[in-house]
Write a protein that binds this ligand. Structure first.
Ligand SMILES: *Cc1c(COP(=O)(O)O)cnc(C)c1O
Length: 474
């Protein structure tokens, strides 16, 4: 009998081979030692991985290869519009979605061509519309019938035809947002299905000013099931057919928005502390291939029934993935700065240097980012701590002060965490740096991008105290 070799301890569940690994007990990101990065670039620190970002985009492209229609992916730049991230997305070969004149400016500056850009937003200014029309972008997604007039005026000013898409409000429930009435009463986005025919008629009134290219629904972020995507696609497809019947005009694209989920609970050690629905939502694993296949299947069926397959055969499908491109390609490194033990409760509190000014969604959406020790990444994470950030704000905690939500009351870390230890908040590449602000006079951190082979580039310099004064006049 072969000698028994001692079993290697299994890698922690949050690891991702080749990207997020434990080497010599320490967290490594695409080959770079996280603790070393923090020492070199200062704390706190945003870390992004270009290889992981590329592999997320490759997954999307593979999904597109599996369906019969062309798919155009427009990265939702609001998720993370750091210029090095935009450049990496561009290099990986997909297009971009912007939500403001500022994001449009950044996309153009990052080298995206106008035909790669789509522009969403509820409240575009004339200046923003002028920029978009003059640049000649792929689509301005109009959010109301009224906005069609604004685009026409911009087209007149520019002496150039504008491409538009009608954005609809989702009239379907997702598991993160159930109930049509609620959705219609609470969602500020888009027009309703009943308005679509008139809106299209209005949009087609001045073909010399406006070209109507498509229709759009973004059902919401982190959608765990395929059905809402399929339902949204069916609704848009039916509008496309009705429009063709009524006017002869054929839309070229159907835009299914973003919302492909990321699994924030690869490590499920704290999952049982969340309500079941939250757990299902945060731990969703939905392949983009399933989304595309389901959407096309319902459209194909409906097209056959309506004898409209020739229309479907002209459609390009658009997706606007944000989270699914960058979320798990980034993390926030933070240092424990202070510790206290409350005699009454026995709780040990760890006070870090990463507050909600760096990860706003932890407080606004009570979003769960799995927390690990970067320095002792394979030590058992079996000790409970209250964890909080540095801000002078009682809401700046890594749990929910009101209770009852998806955030657990305690975080699990190795025994005997001391000040100076480096911690990592995983899956935080999306909606983190993009939402950061210098509350409490805290200069924004640096960001680094780890490249193929573990090479590290600084992609955002740490703000200085002088930067805190940059806009003030006194
Ligand atoms: C936020 C947003 C997205 C991106 O959503 P993700 O969940 O990050 O994929 C896409 N489209 C629109 C219109 C959005 O507002």
């Amino acid at each position: 009998m072969p000698a028994q070799t001692p079993a290697r301890p299994a890698a922690p569940a949050w690891t991702i081979p080749g990207f997020l690994e434990v080497r010599d007990g320490r967290l490594h990101v695409s080959g770079a030692d996280a603790t070393e990065l923090l020492r070199q670039y200062g704390s706190p620190l945003y870390v992004f991985s270009e290889p992981r970002l590329r592999s997320n985009i490759e997954r999307l492209k593979r999904a597109a290869d599996g369906v019969s229609r062309p798919v155009k992916f427009c990265y939702a730049s609001k998720a993370n519009s750091n210029m090095a991230v935009l450049a990496a997305v561009r290099d990986a070969g997909i297009d971009i979605e912007v939500n403001s004149g500022g994001e449009l400016f950044k996309a153009l500056r990052a080298g995206f061509r106008p035909e790669q850009i789509i522009f969403n937003g509820t409240s575009k200014s004339d200046d923003e519309l002028d920029d978009a029309v003059r640049a000649g972008i792929y689509s301005i997604n109009v959010d109301s019938t009224y906005e069609i007039e604004l685009v026409e005026a911009a087209a007149r000013r520019a002496g150039k035809r504008a491409n538009i898409t009608l954005r609809l409000v989702p009239e379907i429930g997702t598991r993160s947002h159930i109930g049509l009435q609620t959705a219609l009463l609470t969602s500020k986005f888009g027009i309703t299905s009943s308005e679509v025919p008139d809106a299209f008629r209005r949009a087609l009134a001045h073909p010399e000013l406006i070209h109507v290219g498509g229709i759009h629904i973004h059902i919401g972020s982190q959608t765990p099931d395929v059905e809402p995507f399929a339902e949204a696609f069916r609704a848009m497809w039916e509008h496309l057919v009705a429009l063709h019947r009524e006017t002869g005009h054929t839309l070229e694209h159907i835009n299914l928005g973003g919302g492909i989920p990321v699994n924030y609970l690869r490590d499920r050690s704290q999952a049982d502390q969340m309500p079941e629905a939250e757990r299902d939502m945060l731990g969703a694993s939905l392949e983009p291939a399933e989304v595309l296949a389901a959407a096309l299947a319902v459209a194909r069926e409906s097209a056959r029934a309506a004898d409209a397959e020739h229309l479907l055969d002209r459609v390009t499908i658009l997706l606007e993935p944000g989270r699914s491109v960058v979320s798990d390609a980034g993390l926030v490194l933070t240092t424990v700065r202070n510790i206290k033990r409350r005699p009454e409760t026995g709780d040990v509190w760890l006070l870090t240097d990463a507050g909600f000014n760096l990860l706003l969604s932890m407080t606004t959406y009570k979003w769960y980012y799995h927390l690990v020790s970067a320095a002792r990444a394979d030590a058992p994470h079996d000790t409970s701590y209250k964890v909080a950030g540095p801000l002078c704000d009682s809401g700046d905690v890594y749990f929910d002060i009101e209770g009852g939500s998806r955030l657990p009351d305690y975080r699990q870390l190795p025994a005997d965490v001391r000040p100076g230890e480096t911690l990592a908040l995983l899956n935080s590449g999306a909606y983190s740096l993009a939402q950061a602000f210098p509350y409490n006079g805290r200069p924004l951190p640096a960001a680094v991008m780890v490249r193929e082979g573990g090479k590290v580039d600084l992609v955002r310099r740490r703000d200085t105290y002088e930067d805190l004064l940059a806009g003030d006049i006194w």
